[in-house]
Each structure stands twice: as structure tokens, then as C-alpha cells.
Write a protein that binds this ligand. Structure first.
Ligand SMILES: Cc1cc2nc3c(=O)[nH]c(=O)nc-3n(C[C@H](O)[C@H](O)[C@H](O)COP(=O)(O)OP(=O)(O)OC[C@H]3O[C@@H](n4cnc5c(N)ncnc54)[C@H](O)[C@@H]3O)c2cc1C
Ligand SMILES: NC(=O)c1ccc[n+]([C@@H]2O[C@H](COP(=O)([O-])OP(=O)(O)OC[C@H]3O[C@@H](n4cnc5c(N)ncnc54)[C@H](OP(=O)(O)O)[C@@H]3O)[C@@H](O)[C@H]2O)c1
Length: 262
């Protein structure tokens, strides 16, 4: 059976949900079939959609969390109260059909940095998604001496990827580099001995993130990628500017690449 049914519009395919896991009432991971023609680079997002009524559609952007070389596409979705597409995801089950735009998009790509030694990945909430995909790619582990990932959420139960991140040590392609990884989970609305208890901008200003990573931040070595809550992205960006870092542009190499997570 061909699970990648081409629509008459030719802009998207109809894919099948292969498995789905509800980590909490609002945290969902799921895999869908991947059409052979669908190419993406780790850090890019896909557009997923559902049919609405007889002729309508709803589309939203979702970062791919799985590897470029995987046969399936895995996504992490946080359900938003009264969110329009969230209502569709809340009903989603294995075997259901989901629409996939044929073209992946985005420039949130670590290989855009021509230099630097340490990749510092700063995320809140669902903003961890593109970094999970990057961590599956051996060339990113080879390119940087240190991969430092911070995941900041409100509550400890929102840290649903801690185990998956620990399992990179066993990964057949990247496991050998795992000593390069520093992971700092952060919670802002409850304290825990294992997590840093600051928002990201604060943790940069007060030095606690640098200390938790065991890594000094400087212009020669540090390259920052920020993804998540748009206000956080802006506040963190401004903090890094105040610390002397600059936006990276293709024609003017800098230290920071941003992605608004919603
Ligand atoms: C480049 C890009 C990549 C994205 N990747 C992901 C992803 O991997 N996983 C994911 O869950 N979402 C991701 N999103 C957000 C996603 O596209 C939708 O906006 C989200 O699922 C809400 O859609 P909705 O129709 O349910 O809510 P809507 O009715 O459209 O929006 C309700 C409001 O909820 C807030 N909101 C939206 N998304 C979030 C969120 N993730 N966390 C907290 N508040 C939010 C916004 O303020 C929004 O205005 C991404 C967005 C962009 C632009
Ligand atoms: N009604 C509520 O009280 C409430 C609370 C949380 C989330 N929500 C809603 O639930 C959904 C998903 O939430 P989520 O928790 O996954 O995502 P989120 O609200 O974006 O929070 C994720 C993390 O980002 C932090 N953050 C938010 N704004 C920031 C900023 N300007 N600078 C730095 N850090 C910032 C949060 O800190 P803080 O914990 O300090 O905010 C939290 O640690 C959204 O619809 C959200 O609006 C509602």
C-alpha cells in the first residue's frame, strides 16, 4: 500500500501516523511516514496540516526532531489550550492521516557558522525540537568540540527529553563523541536539585549557565543558537548582544542564530 498519497494540489502528501506517545496531557511525540522525496537539514521545520471541513485546511510549522537519515519523521508537539491545530493533535492516533508540505523550510542550521568551537543550544519548551534533530547528525558532533544544550521549562515534568538525551551515549553514529555533550535542564517554576532555576537571559547574565556547562563563553569559541518562546528569543538575544556577541549573517559572520519557536 502506498502511504504517501499525492494530493491533487501537488504541494503536500498525505502521510500516516506510525506511532504516538503522550508524555503528559500536553506533550506529544509521534512519527509519520516519510516520502522518499522529502529532504530536510537538521534544524529545519516541516509544515503539518489537517483537512478542515470539505475544502479547508489548517497548517502549522513543526521542527523535525528525527535524523536526516531516518526513514520516518518524528515531531514533538506541545498542545496549546484553545489552540486551533492543537485540537486536531489532541485527537490524533496511530493510523491517522496527516498532511505534510513537500518542502522543508528554515535557516536554523549550525553549519551556517563558518567558525567557532563550541555550539551552545538554548531552548525553551518545544524549542528543543530542532536541537534533537541536530544531535542525531555525526557531522555536527565532529564539527564542534563542545555541544552545550540548555532546555528551560516551567515545571520538571515538562523536561521530557532527559532520558533520550542520556541515550545518545549508546547511539551507533554519535555515541563515540558523547563526551562533547553538556546538557543543562532548567526549571523556572519549581526548584529541583538537578536543574538550574533561572530563565535563560538571567542565567547568562549571572554566569550560572556558563558555570553549569563548565564552559566559558567568548567571541572566538562560542556560537549560540536560540529557539523557543519568541519573547525568550528576543530577551536572550538582547542579553547576548549586551555581552558583546553579534547576530550571524551569511555575509558577516557572527555568533548568534535565532528561531522563533511559535
Ligand atoms: C519555525 C517554527 C517551528 C515550530 N516548531 C514547533 C514544534 O516543533 N513543536 C511545537 O509544539 N510547536 C512548534 N511551533 C509552533 C506551532 O507552529 C504552532 O504555533 C503551535 O502548535 C500552536 O498552534 P495552534 O493552532 O494550536 O495554536 P494557535 O491557535 O495558532 O495559537 C495560540 C497561541 O499559543 C502560543 N503558542 C504557539 N505555539 C506554542 C508553543 N509551542 N509553546 C507555547 N505557546 C505556544 C502562541 O502565543 C499562539 O499565539 C513552531 C512554530 C514555528 C514558527
Ligand atoms: N497560564 C499559565 O500560567 C501558563 C503558564 C505556562 C504556560 N502556559 C501556556 O502553556 C503553553 C505551553 O507552555 P510552555 O510552558 O511549554 O512554554 P512557555 O510558556 O514558552 O515556557 C517555557 C519556558 O520559557 C520561559 N520563558 C517564557 N517567557 C520567557 C522570556 N521572555 N524570557 C525567558 N524565558 C521565558 C518560561 O519561564 P516561566 O515559567 O518563568 O514563564 C519557561 O521556563 C502556552 O500556551 C503557554 O502560554 C500558561
Amino acid at each position: 500500500m502506498d502511504t504517501h498519497i499525492m494530493s491533487s494540489e501537488q504541494k503536500f502528501t498525505e502521510e500516516t501516523v506510525l506511532w504516538l506517545k503522550k508524555h503528559s496531557p500536553k506533550h506529544l511525540t509521534f512519527a509519520i511516514t516519510r516520502p522518499e522525496h522529502f529532504r530536510f537539514s537538521a534544524g529545519q521545520f516541516a509544515r503539518l496540516g489537517f483537512r478542515v471541513g470539505e475544502h479547508g485546511y489548517i497548517w502549522r510549522a513543526y521542527s523535525v526532531t528525527s535524523a536526516e537519515y531516518d526513514d520516518t519523521l518524528v515531531f514533538f508537539v506541545i498542545l496549546i489550550e484553545n489552540g486551533e491545530i492543537s485540537a486536531h493533535f489532541a485527537q490524533l492516533q496511530a493510523g491517522d492521516t496527516i498532511l505534510l508540505d513537500k518542502t522543508a523550510q528554515g535557516f536554523f542550521l549550525p553549519q551556517r557558522f563558518p567558525d567557532g568551537r563550541d555550539l551552545i543550544m538554548l531552548s525553551t519548551g518545544s524549542g528543543i525540537a530542532p536541537f534533537l534533530s541536530m544531535l542525531h547528525q555525526p557531522e555536527i558532533w565532529q564539527r564542534f568540540d563542545t555541544l552545550a544544550l540548555a532546555h528551560c521549562v516551567s515545571y520538571r515534568n515538562d523536561l521530557i527529553f532527559n532520558d533520550e538525551i542520556a541515550q545518545f551515549a549508546e547511539h551507533p553514529l554519535v555515541g563515540e563523541y558523547v563526551s562533547r555533550l553538556r546538557f543543562v535542564p532548567m526549571t523556572t517554576r519549581e526548584t529541583d536539585a538537578d536543574t538550574l532555576h533561572f530563565r535563560l537571559p538571567e542565567s547568562l547574565k549571572n554566569g550560572s549557565l556558563s558555570q553549569a556547562f563548565g564552559l566559558n563563553f567568548d567571541k572566538e569559541h562560542s556560537r549560540f543558537m536560540i529557539c523557543g518562546n519568541p519573547e525568550m528569543v528576543q530577551d536572550t538575544f538582547k542579553t547576548l548582544l549586551d555581552m558583546g556577541f553579534a547576530m550571524h549573517r551569511n555575509k558577516l559572520a557572527g555568533h548568534i542564530i535565532l528561531e522563533n519557536g511559535f
